[in-house]
Design a protein around this ligand. Structure first.
Ligand code: NAD
Ligand code: TYD
Length: 355
């Protein structure tokens, strides 16, 4: 079986669902169920003996030791993280605890388990670390996209904590020989995306007639990838990636934020027309994010050259699926917006005066 961490979050849940749709290899899924974790995303796996869910924390060494010994996985795929830049600005402590301390604890538990395996199982074992393009920092408008050898220049508490975790993973390979793989991916979007991130936030706010907050001048550029493409890339790297290597994953899809917001409004105008007028009337420019990275872009040629992976979705097809998914799942959206979500919206947006 494979051992997935953070498999109740946005990308982790998509990965687990896609994995079990494509293979009968069981999944041990460890997730702390923070505000970002949601068992409902895994609802379709209820009663499926191939999915073994455990609520627990990756900083809990005793729990990790017990799970590894009991389940004897052939690979760890590590998604669990605090993942939202704005939250990392308001409260960086959780990011250091989970992303740095948690990755360290997981590496140490995995190393202890792996060291005791017979030689052939040690050689076949993989520790796949899921990371972000944000570790590379921000690009100027004319700079070439990030390659795997780009210097690390993280700018936010989130990206700094992910950069630290990447360095730990690298060191556990070089020092102890742990067979690691690291992937650094661009911004994802798709089903089960928590509506604190730009794309799901804009869809749910537009449908509720709330303001669509665009930070600063809205000209910040991100490279968007449909989540199913990211999951397919991880499966390829896990199966055939070279041990100790890093693979950048991206959609060849650079777009300024304001264009993303306008595209979503145009899709909603088509799919769920509002008699009062276009959804774009709700767009509001608001105070910028401190230290806001201007541009991310991924050079994904290495994974294409070595493993033949390319994104299957274009932005046009992926964003249409995503908007349709939100329209089709009002109960999922309503439930994740209850409780702590309102507190976060107040914390992040109330203080941002209209620019
Ligand atoms: P997410 O915030 O939606 O989910 C994170 C999951 O980890 C949640 O289910 C949460 O409950 C769990 N978790 C948090 N702390 C934990 C802990 N201490 N122990 C166990 N579980 C814990 O994040 P996501 O967007 O699905 O991102 C998954 C991974 O992919 C992260 O490592 C992130 O850095 C990386 N990544 C994300 C993106 C993106 O666009 N979302 C892009 C590139 C890389
Ligand atoms: P986000 O989805 O938080 O991802 P990341 O910060 O990891 O790239 O934000 C994507 C872009 O959208 C980023 O440039 C910040 C911007 N943004 C807004 O303009 N308004 C918002 O309300 C949010 C959440 C993000």
């Amino acid at each position: 079986m494979i051992f997935v961490t953070g498999g109740a979050g946005f990308i982790g849940a998509n990965f687990v669902l896609d994995w079990l749709a494509a293979s009968d290899e069981p999944v041990l899924n460890l997730d702390a169920l923070t505000y970002a974790g949601n068992r409902e995303s895994l609802h379709s796996l209820q009663g499926d003996a191939r999915h073994h869910f455990v609520q627990g924390d990756i900083t809990d060494r005793a729990l990790l030791d017990r799970l590894l010994t009991q389940h004897q996985p052939r690979a760890v795929v590590h998604f669990a993280a605090e993942s939202h830049v704005d939250r990392s600005i308001h409260g960086p402590g959780d990011f250091i605890r989970t992303n740095v301390q948690g990755t360290f604890t997981l590496l140490e538990a995995t190393r202890a388990f792996w060291s005791a395996l017979p030689a052939n199982e040690q050689a076949a074992f993989r520790f796949h670390h899921v990371s972000t393009d944000e570790v590379y920092g921000s690009l100027g408008p004319a700079d070439a996209p990030f390659t795997e050898t780009h210097v690390y220049e993280p700018n936010s508490p989130y990206s700094a904590s992910k950069a630290a975790s990447d360095h730990l993973v690298r060191a556990w390979h070089h020092t102890y020989g742990l067979p690691v793989l690291t992937t650094n991916c661009s911004n994802n979007y798709g089903p089960f995306h928590f509506p604190e991130k730009l794309i799901p936030l804009v869809i749910v706010n537009a449908l509720a007639g709330r303001p669509l907050p665009v930070y600063g001048d809205g000209q910040q550029v991100r490279d968007w990838l449909y989540v199913g493409d990211h999951c397919a890339a991880i499966r390829e790297v896990l199966a055939r990636g070279r041990v100790g290597e890093t693979y950048n994953i991206g959609g060849w899809n650079e777009k300024p934020n304001i264009e993303i917001v306008q595209t979503i409004c145009a899709l909603l105008d088509e799919l769920r027309p509002d008699t009062a007028g276009t959804y774009a009337r709700h767009i509001r420019y608001v105070a910028d994010r401190p230290g806001h990275d201007r541009r991310y872009a991924i050079d994904a040629r290495k994974i294409e050259r070595e493993l033949g992976w390319k994104p299957a979705e274009t932005f046009a097809t992926g964003i249409r699926k995503t908007v349709q998914w939100v329209l089709d799942h009002p109960e999922w959206i309503a439930r994740v917006q209850s409780g702590d979500y309102r507190n976060w919206v107040d914390t992040n947006y109330t203080a941002r005066s209209n620019a």
